[in-house]
Design a protein around this ligand. Structure first.
Ligand code: 13P
Length: 253
C-alpha cells in the first residue's frame, strides 16, 4: 500500500510573515494525522522558516526547483546539496511553469532529478499535457516523453527514489479539475509505462495529482486506485483548505 503524500507548492507567493502564519496553522491542523505524509514547498528564501518551524514535526519541506549542476559558478542557482543542508526532503522538478517560462526540456529536468536523488532529496517530477495537446489526442505521448526523460538518463531505478505528479496544464490555476476518471486513466498509463521496465518499482511509486485540487474534489481524486495524493497550488496557501485536503489523504490511506 502506498502512503499518500499531500504537498503544497506555494509558487512565488506570500511574505515571510505569511509563511510563518501558514506553517503555524498547518502544524496545528495536521497534528493528529498519522497515515498521510504532508509537505510544504515554499519559495527559496523561506526554506529557513520551514526548517526552523518544522524540524521535529512529521511535516516535510521541499524546494520548487533545483539546479541541474552540482555546484560552482552558476549565478542564481541552488544546488541539491544546499537543499539537503537545509533539511529539504523534496524538490519539485519539471513543473510546467518552469517548462513554459524557463525553457526547461526533458533532458534538463532529468539532470535536476538526478542531482536531487544523488543528494538524498526526493525529486517530485511534474508531467502533464496542455489543453491543445489533449485536444489533439497527444496526452499519452506527451506524458510518456516527460517520464522517459528520467528513464533515459537515470534508468528505472530512479523511480524508486522519487515521486511523480500528474499535472494537466489546463487544470493548473484554472479552477478546472481533471475528472477522477480522466486523472486515473493517465495515472494508470504512467504506472504501466514504468511497470514495463520494473513492476515492483512501479507498484511502489507515488503518483500525485495536481491541478485545481480543493477540499471539495480531493477525496474523490485520491480515492482512485492510482492516485496517491496531491500537489496543491492555490489551495495550499489557505491553511484550512490545505489541511482539509491532507485530511482527505488521511481518510483514504
Ligand atoms: P493549482 O492547485 O493552483 O491549480 O496549482 C497546481 C500546481 O501547479 C501545483 O504544482
Amino acid at each position: 500500500m502506498r502512503r499518500p503524500l499531500i504537498a503544497g507548492n506555494w509558487k512565488m507567493n506570500g511574505t515571510k510573515a505569511d509563511a510563518e502564519e501558514l506553517i503555524r496553522s498547518i502544524i496545528a491542523g495536521v497534528f493528529e494525522m498519522r497515515k498521510v505524509d504532508v509537505a510544504v514547498c515554499p519559495p527559496f528564501p523561506y526554506l529557513f522558516i520551514a526548517e526552523q518551524m518544522l524540524a521535529g514535526t512529521a511535516i516535510g519541506w521541499g524546494s520548487q526547483d533545483v539546479s541541474r549542476e552540482e555546484g560552482g559558478a552558476f549565478t542564481g542557482q541552488v544546488s541539491a546539496a544546499m537543499l539537503k543542508d537545509f533539511g529539504c526532503r523534496y524538490a519539485i522538478v519539471g513543473h510546467s511553469e518552469r517548462r513554459q517560462f524557463n525553457g526547461e526540456t526533458d533532458a534538463i529536468i532529468g539532470r535536476k532529478y538526478a542531482q536531487a536523488m544523488a543528494s538524498g532529496v526526493v525529486p517530485i517530477l511534474c508531467v502533464g499535457e496542455t489543453l491543445e495537446e489533449r485536444e489533439q489526442g497527444k496526452t499519452e505521448e506527451v506524458v510518456a516523453s516527460h517520464i522517459d526523460g528520467v528513464l533515459n538518463l537515470a534508468g528505472v531505478e530512479a523511480y524508486g527514489h522519487g515521486v511523480v505528479a500528474y499535472e494537466p496544464v489546463w487544470a493548473i490555476g484554472t479552477g478546472v479539475t481533471a475528472t477522477p476518471d480522466q486523472a486515473q486513466e493517465v495515472h494508470a498509463f504512467l504506472r504501466e509505462r514504468i511497470a514495463n521496465k520494473n513492476k515492483e518499482i512501479a507498484e511502489g511509486l507515488r503518483i500525485l495529482y495536481g491541478g485545481s485540487m480543493k477540499p471539495g474534489n480531493a477525496a474523490e481524486l485520491i480515492g482512485q486506485p492510482d492516485i496517491d495524493g496531491g500537489l496543491i497550488g492555490g489551495a495550499s496557501l489557505k491553511a484550512a483548505d490545505f489541511v482539509a485536503i491532507c485530511q482527505a489523504g488521511e481518510d483514504n490511506a
